[in-house]
Design a binder for this molecule. Structure first.
Ligand code: URA
Ligand code: CA
Length: 434
């Protein structure tokens, strides 16, 4: 077999065999296929696409490029959740204890964030004492005992994705639905999930800019799952503004705690119930996603979810009293309000801009060696659909770096689009593909 022939075959729109796809990925990883051939391959795929069988073969070849976790020692069906990118997406912090609180095992491996805010791990580390490092056996024991554990990713998961993604990033081939689908699914499969719930974001700040494209990606993801024997559901959700009100680390932990107490922002609660209902259904805890949602809502309202959050924090050596006294989380010394300059309706809030404002105040890392300031962040006081007058507070900034306030405030102000006409209410959830 030769890389040249595989590239030419895809260039001409022909279907590749599993053996050809494996040959290509193995060769790329051992260095016998150079970057320029892989770049040409990606571009051929970008134009000609891959069918479901080819995409599944690519996914599994990528999975086999590195370590795979075996979660079989954990009782029950392990369902994982993934979001295709969100700013201030507090859902994992809520869903891990929430779904566990009604009996589905949550064995969550998470990453650190590069960019706007920390990742889920960084947010949890805002809780004094919280440990995210565990040996494999400790992790298994913790999930079996408490029902939930969140650990940092160890091992070498899908190195082919790291290498291919870096190449796609500089060759204008990120925006290919089969390449995105293989990238996402390979990581979830290598992490050991039995079943997968995906939150596919659509909107100006998301990978998928149109609802049609988001549905195409969702179908692709679900079909790969089916081909490789992991039940998969994809939910298409809007990203015309950040989810919830908080973007940062401490502020998002506080928001997660409020949500677990049934007092969270309505959009965040709704999305958590929708995703969680599907997770419970795939975990075979309930007979329908709707029944799952009812069970979860009850858990939010009767204290069960909050109790599970306390258990999760204690089990990982954190100070669980933050649940009852969130002021114990690291706070910023200074705060500043961002005011509306004109009156009208909030039409859109560019999530990316809000995330960047949080980052420059210290909530995220620009490079992997940067230190996170847990107290830094943005809390939105007005969301899409609100009517504001000039001088009303749009958002509050928190930081220990007052030198960054002016720049961050300008970014937040510019992230808001305020118009005279009332915006047409858009759904948060566009649909479910299963
Ligand atoms: N998210 C991923 O993990 N991979 C992609 O290619 C795009 C989004
Ligand atoms: Ca949020």
């Amino acid at each position: 077999m030769r890389a040249y022939d595989i590239i030419a075959k895809k260039r001409d729109g022909k279907k590749l065999t599993t053996a050809e796809i494996e040959f290509f990925i193995v060769g790329y990883m051992d260095g016998s296929i150079p970057d320029y051939q892989a770049a040409a391959f990606n571009m051929a795929v970008f134009f000609q696409g891959l069918d479901d069988e080819e995409t599944s073969a690519l996914t599994m070849a990528m999975v086999q490029s590195g370590d795979q976790f075996d979660l079989s020692a954990i009782h029950g069906i392990k369902v994982d959740k993934h979001s295709t990118g969100g700013v201030g997406d507090t859902t994992t912090l809520v869903l891990a204890p929430l779904v566990a609180s009604v009996g589905a095992p949550m064995a969550k491996m998470s990453g650190r964030g590069l960019g706007h805010t920390g990742g889920t791990l960084d947010k949890l580390e805002a809780i004094p004492g919280f440990h995210i490092e565990m040996e494999q056996q400790q992790f298994v024991d913790a999930v079996n005992r408490v029902g939930v554990a969140v650990v940092g990713q160890t091992g070498n998961l899908v190195p082919a994705d790291k290498q291919l993604y870096a190449l796609r990033d500089v060759t204008a081939t990120v925006e290919s639905i089969p390449l995105i689908a293989a990238s996402i699914m390979s990581k979830k499969i290598a992490a050991g999930a039995d079943a997968i719930v995906l939150d596919v974001k659509v909107g100006s700040g998301a990978f998928m800019k149109t609802v049609d494209d988001a549905f195409l990606l969702a179908h692709k993801l679900v079909n790969i799952g089916e081909q490789v024997g992991r039940k998969t559901v994809a939910i298409i959700t809007s990203m015309d503004q950040p989810l919830g009100n908080a973007i940062g680390n401490t502020v998002e932990v506080q928001e997660a705690i409020a949500t677990l107490a049934g007092k969270g922002p309505s959009d965040l609660q709704m999305l958590c119930l929708t995703l969680g209902g599907q997770m419970l259904y795939l975990a075979e805890i309930v007979d329908s996603p709707q029944e799952g949602e009812r069970l979860l809502l009850q858990s939010l309202q009767d204290g069960t979810a909050l109790a599970k959050m306390r258990e999760l924090i204690s089990s990982q050596q954190g100070d669980a009293s933050v649940v009852d006294d969130p002021q114990k989380l690291p706070q910023a010394n200074e705060q500043m309000t961002v005011l509306a300059e004109t009156e009208g309706y909030v039409n859109a809030i560019e999530a990316e801009q809000i995330g960047l404002a949080a980052m420059i105040m210290g909530a995220g890392r620009a490079t992997k060696d940067d230190q996170i300031d847990y107290g830094a962040g943005v809390v939105l006081q007005c969301k899409v659909g609100s009517y504001v007058e000039a001088g009303d507070v749009l958002a509050t900034l928190y930081s220990n770096r007052t030198d960054k306030f002016a720049e961050a405030a300008l970014m937040v102000q510019q992230a808001y689009t305020i118009c005279e006409e009332q915006p047409v209410a858009m759904p948060l959830v566009y649909g479910v593909v299963s």
